[in-house]
Each structure stands twice: as structure tokens, then as C-alpha cells.
Design a protein around this ligand. Sequence first.
Ligand SMILES: Nc1ncnc2c1ncn2[C@@H]1O[C@H](COP(=O)(O)OP(=O)(O)O)[C@@H](O)[C@H]1O
Ligand SMILES: Nc1ccn([C@H]2C[C@H](O)[C@@H](COP(=O)(O)O)O2)c(=O)n1
Length: 223
Amino acid sequence: MSFNSLCMNNLWRSVFIEGNIASGKTTCLEYFSKTSNIEVLTEPVSKWRNVRGHNPLGLMYQDPIRWGITLQTYVQLTMLDRHLSTMSAPVRMMERSIYSAKYIFVENLFRSGKMPEVDFAVLSEWFEWITQNIAIPVDLIVYLQSSPQTCHERLKERCREEEKIIPLEYLEAIHQLYEDWLIKKTSFNVPAPVLVIPADDDLQKMLHQYEENREKILAGSNV
Ligand SMILES: Nc1ncnc2c1ncn2[C@@H]1O[C@H](COP(=O)(O)OP(=O)(O)O)[C@@H](O)[C@H]1O
Ligand SMILES: Nc1ccn([C@H]2C[C@H](O)[C@@H](COP(=O)(O)O)O2)c(=O)n1
């Protein structure tokens, strides 16, 4: 079905853009934001860096054992708020999801011994309650599959203050969790079909790949 008929038939569509830190999600969304009839929702990182004058993202990187629960509770709330906001266009493209918050970032904190078991248990209870009682619309997951090395280079270039201390090993752990979830499909429930886009290429080639996949992303043909 073409994008135009999708709009005419009022078939609303929700797409998550998933991938490692600095894999190019925001850049991808910026590209698609130039298309009419698409609503783009980036991650609310500015909120995570400033909630009533506090910076839970920075605190988490400084002392994950103490502040991991604080950041991830707020991430869960802000992502749920994003998921439930009224759609303003027939296609919504959203950066990450409440699922990756739990299956990737909370899981990584817990597995690496940086989240106490009680914090993990409370966050898991919240997550299970939310996903069992509230419908989270999703039709497609686009996975920007990049190597941890590429992400590390891009992260250094982007130079976000809080992220300066992120080592390559952290990105490797996040990468492995993403691969298990969306490629091998061995770890957690995958709530929608997955479209994998290799994301190590330079910007020009990435924009070309986005064009090639436009129909699949926006209208869901042959994922
Ligand atoms: N294909 C690419 N090649 C080189 N640099 C890129 C590419 N895509 C994005 N970047 C740069 O890498 C950094 C991270 O990209 P960004 O889109 O912010 O990633 P994410 O939203 O996944 O964290 C930014 O500085 C961005 O300009
Ligand atoms: N559940 C989450 C989601 C994101 N983060 C961190 C990772 C990055 O430092 C930052 C934003 O991610 P990006 O969009 O650049 O991939 O937020 C987290 O710790 N937990």
C-alpha cells in the first residue's frame, strides 16, 4: 500500500527507531522529518538532563549504582508519555521505546552489577504492569545496526558532556543486548516486525539507504 493511500485510508502507523548510543537515530529522524505527514518524536534527552534543575542522566553516568534507578524510572515515565501522546500525523516515527529502555538499558545496568536487585525488581514490576495494562502502539521496529566502534567514534565527535566517560565496553554490552533482542530474538518479546538497516556507512550512503527503505518504513510493504 502506498504512503498516499495509507493517509487516505486513515491507517495510522507507529514506527520505533532503535539502535545503540550514537548509531544515528536522531540523524535518521531529522531526515524523515522533512517528509510531510510524518510526526517525528525524538527521545526526551533534554528532560533526562534537566528535571526541575537536576540532571539524572549525568548522575547515572557518575554513579550508576546510586542513580540508575532514578534515571530509568524517569525514562520509563517520559517514554510512556511519548507513546500515549495523541498522534498528529498518519505516521509516527519515534526514537527508541519503553521496551528498549527496559530490555537494553535497565537490563545492562542489572547484568553488569550496577543496579541493586531491589531496584531492578521494582522497575520490572512497573514495566510489567504498564505493558500488561496499557496498549503501546507499534507496527514496525527499525534497527540501525552499527558496530560499537563506529558508535564510539560518533559519540566522541558529538561530545555530549555526560557521555565523555562512556568506554567502548559499555557500547559493546548495549550492542550485544540489542543483537540478542532484535536479531537473534532470544532474550525478550519483540513487539513488531524488525527492519534491519546497516548503519556504519557515511552520511551520504545512509541517506541513500533511508530512501531505499522509505516505502517499507512508511507503508510497511514487505519487511
Ligand atoms: N552516517 C554517519 N556518519 C558519520 N557521522 C554520523 C552519521 N550519522 C550520524 N552521525 C553523527 O554521529 C553523531 C551521533 O548521531 P546521532 O544521530 O545523534 O545518534 P543517536 O541519535 O543514535 O544517538 C552525531 O554527531 C551525528 O552528526
Ligand atoms: N533507557 C535509556 C535510554 C537512554 N539512555 C542514555 C544513553 C545516552 O547517553 C542518552 C541518549 O541516548 P542516544 O539517543 O544518544 O542513543 O541516554 C539511558 O541511559 N537509558
